[in-house]
Write a protein that binds this ligand. Structure first.
Ligand code: AHR
Length: 513
């Protein structure tokens, strides 16, 4: 009798949970057809602050920080676990000032340069093309080279293509590569033709850039393999930029258009990365969720010219941007990373997953020590940020088939404005395992979520969650493990659905078998 009452109470509990759910999600497995390109989980490394020097690279003769050929071993270990699929380099604004030939050959003979975009610091060019591409091979990440179109020449970019991709013996550039210790070409498929051509990349009009693009693209050789060309794309909601590029770039000359969008409260007053109010948090999330509209509208324009979606939208810079940490160089863009950043990362990646028919690559800005970094370093110390943990938890979606969802959720309201409290995305991997990622951005309230699995019969559910006591919490060099993923126990199978209780400002990834 006791057993019967217990079972009755459990069923009652599930039913009440399901009836009282504030968020309802349905998986539409029959409509699952598009693959989530793993490059959506891409990163960006610029010669800016301590991203390269001190972040990745500590010099060949460094005996204090364990390294191989100057590349930090702790960073490599953490990034391998993250499964970085693609890495954009050398910028950013820096790319249109970079002359790659200064960064090859014997290090003692490389000329120094002034990093005019980022604090006028002197760089010795000891980290150049060979160092970056060898590092990508160690990481298992595909390189994405951002070419200098703003202050370079078509010849310089054409030579870079030859130096990196042509077989030895075919012309002077690959022979120079061989002389520099690398006989075989690297696998460099993805090339950016300039960065922010509307701004630091040359302050061009889109019409002018389209012509310049055509000229540069012409001399980049598709030999021995076809290159993947990314045009410098729009800033935020500059829809004209996308429209004109779609009209003016010949179809056979490009593969993707870029898009840059930062979650910044206001460019004049970005606010502290750690000491922020709920209202500032709400503004950051408003900016982050605006990505949904941006991706939808830029995609709709592309659809007019490319209904079969043969061209990609590459969101090759995104992330939260705040004031630099007090006492650090203002030009180095070093900021801390709190649960707010976990919310930005989780929500944005859900948007990209759900738009994977058009968004085929994205690059979080930036990977180490700059903006919404996944890793922070300070001499020999290293911290994995909340954003790192979100990207690691989400990497199960890489190359899985996206499952379209319908989602009805309540509002997270503040000061008369509202945002959708919950965002989600789902995918099925090659072993038939389903992953569902859920974000509750509400700063105060937990969410009861009911997920209808449709035809899928789940036998087992596991999950991980990222949460913390305070929204403003972060991992510091003194306390690096305050925020890290934990086992999630508040998700239960209930017949054909799952009932979840998701705490305020948390991210969870569920696995169903
Ligand atoms: O990520 C920092 C800078 O932001 C990049 O160099 C530039 O492309 C953008 O404006």
């Amino acid at each position: 009798m006791r057993k019967l009452i217990c079972s009755f109470l459990i069923v009652l509990c599930f039913l009440t949970n399901s009836i009282s759910a504030q968020t309802r999600i349905s998986l539409n497995l029959n409509a699952a057809k598009d693959t989530i390109n793993k490059n959506i989980y891409g990163h960006f490394a610029e010669h800016l602050g301590h991203c390269i020097y001190g972040g990745f690279y500590v010099g060949d003769n460094n005996t204090k920080i364990p390294n191989k050929d100057g590349i930090r071993l702790d960073v490599m270990e953490a990034l391998k676990k993250l499964k970085v699929p693609v890495l954009r380099w050398p910028g950013g604004c820096f790319a249109d000032t970079y002359h790659w030939k200064d960064g090859i050959g014997k290090k003692s003979e490389r000329p120094s340069m002034l990093n005019v975009w980022w604090g006028n610091v002197k760089e010795d060019n000891s980290f150049g093309t060979n160092e970056f591409l060898n590092m990508c091979e160690v990481l298992g990440a595909e390189p994405y080279l951002s070419g200098n179109v703003g202050s370079g020449t078509p010849q310089e970019l054409a030579d870079w293509v030859k130096y990196t991709t042509h077989p030895k013996g075919s012309s002077p550039m690959p022979d120079l590569r061989a002389k520099n210790g690398r006989p075989n070409p690297w696998n460099v498929r993805i090339w950016g033709l300039g960065n922010e051509a509307w701004g630091c990349g040359g302050n061009m009009t889109v019409e002018h850039y389209a012509d310049v693009y055509r000229q540069y693209a012409t001399f980049m050789t598709d030999y021995p393999k076809k290159l993947y060309r990314v045009a410098s794309g729009a800033s935020d909601d500059d829809y004209k930029w996308t429209e004109v590029l779609m009209q003016k770039l010949p179809k056979n000359m490009f593969d993707a258009l870029g898009l840059h969008h930062y979650s910044v409260i206001s460019w004049d007053k970005k606010g502290s990365s750690t000491d922020y109010s709920e209202s500032e948090y709400f503004s950051s999330m408003t900016q982050a969720l605006f990505m949904e509209e941006l991706v939808s509208k830029h995609s709709a324009i592309m659809d007019k010219y490319d209904p079969k979606k043969t061209k990609a939208l590459a969101v090759d810079e995104w992330g939260g941007w705040y004031d630099v940490v007090q006492g650090t160089n203002g030009a180095f863009l070093f900021q801390q990373n709190t649960m707010r950043d976990a919310m930005i990362a989780g929500s944005t990646l859900n948007i990209f997953n759900n738009h994977c028919d058009r968004v085929k690559m994205a690059n979080l800005a930036q990977i180490i020590n700059v903006l919404q970094a996944v890793i922070l370093t300070n001499d020999e110390k290293l911290v994995l940020t909340p954003t790192y943990h979100v990207m690691e938890m989400y990497n199960v979606h890489q190359n899985a088939v996206m499952i379209p969802i319908t989602l009805n959720t309540t509002d997270y309201a503040l000061n008369g404005k509202s945002l959708k409290a919950v965002s989600a995305s789902a995918s099925k991997d090659k072993n038939g395992v389903i992953h569902i990622s859920l974000v509750n951005i509400d700063a105060n309230k937990e969410q009861k979520i009911s997920i209808d699995l449709g035809d899928f019969k789940a036998n087992a559910i596991t999950g991980r969650i990222l949460k913390s006591a305070r929204l403003q919490d972060y991992n510091s060099f003194q306390n690096p493990n305050i925020i890290k993923p934990e086992t999630f126990k508040d998700a239960k199978i209930n017949g054909g659905s799952i009932e979840v209780t998701l705490p305020a400002f948390s991210v969870a990834v569920l696995e169903l078998k």
